[in-house]
Write a protein that binds this ligand. Sequence first.
Ligand SMILES: *Cc1c(COP(=O)(O)O)cnc(C)c1O
Length: 399
Amino acid sequence: MKTNFHEQDSKIIAPTYAKANVDFTHGNGALLFDSNGKEYLDFASGISVNALGHSHPAIKKAIWEQSEKFSHISNLFPNSPQIKLAQKMLSLTKFGKEKGKAFFCNSGTEANEAAIKFARKYFNSKDEKERVEIITFESGFHGRTYGALAATGQEKLKEGFGPMPAGFKHVKWDNAEELQKAVGENTAAIMLEPVVAEGGILMPSKKFIETINKLKKQRGCLVIADEIQIGFGRCGAISCSELFGINADITTWAKSLGGGLPLGLVLMSAKIAECLKPGDHGTTFGGNPIACAAGLAVLEIISKPKALSNVKERSLQLKNGLEALAKKHSCLGKVRGSGLLLGIECKKPVADVIAACREQGLIILRAGTDVLRFLPPLIITKTQVNEALKKLDRGLGKC
Ligand SMILES: *Cc1c(COP(=O)(O)O)cnc(C)c1O
């Protein structure tokens, strides 16, 4: 008899997720297979994690080779995969030229916790001790631990969890006037996702970006860009804030960074790194050698012009295909997003559409309340995008 993972799961795993009843057994590239041998096109990538799809040979090799040496030594000693990954990330972003530095951790929320701590520490070390306020945006998402949750602009995620850490203010997304009013002398940082991902795939306007850069200059506050979902090649460039011209002092990374292993990263300008000293922050596992080796293997592939141009070409193909489907299915609205983080508004209950697509062998996600979200691996092919569009068409027809 086949094991039903879903049944076992619901008996013993805390119910913080509404899990789909699918027993995935293995994956290969953009494909996933379940225990009935059914094949799925994975347009979720483990929530923007598997940039190279499943079971990529370069990642398997990197993991294996590092595990033959050691899997963990702690941050009391330098480790070579961590140094190599930091060097490559710095060299591919503006922080390399600015003599910036890297801090590794294990996840997105931890990267944001570190970013918030470093921003406050920076002003504290300049004797501006009152300057602790972090301004973030409604609909934004920065993580589930208390600091990152306090930074998150969606009130429903905080309900029932008691008092949040103080010093966070939320402003309407893409509203330059409101932002201008909110920034004051105690503002330490403006913190944003270059593209609001979980909260509904919302793009920033040019005016909004110009206002952020102007406020940074005028008021001397820092800018933190949370690139956790959209960065690392997904937008068609390594850094989305740089692509959009957002002048960030700190950027945070996770999700696809570790090639499927848990890994987070903060890149910071030199002036921020200079105010940190031993003991200020720490993590036992952060920058784990195996995760960093896997991350380096991913970065070596996705930073190649060929891979980044695939992202741009497939993005256009998927966008055009979705727009064509919107003409046929009246429940579909506007397409939004950047690179291979695309969404389309949907008037039908999104959960039903996602389930119907899964029946057709296509895995997609939700963003906000009424947006279908597409996050294929960055190595997705032209044929696979066409196939996904056909499956979506059939799924929509069934619900
Ligand atoms: C997923 C995500 C996070 C949180 O990352 P975790 O690894 O789940 O802690 C933070 N910010 C953004 C933009 C994200 O998409």
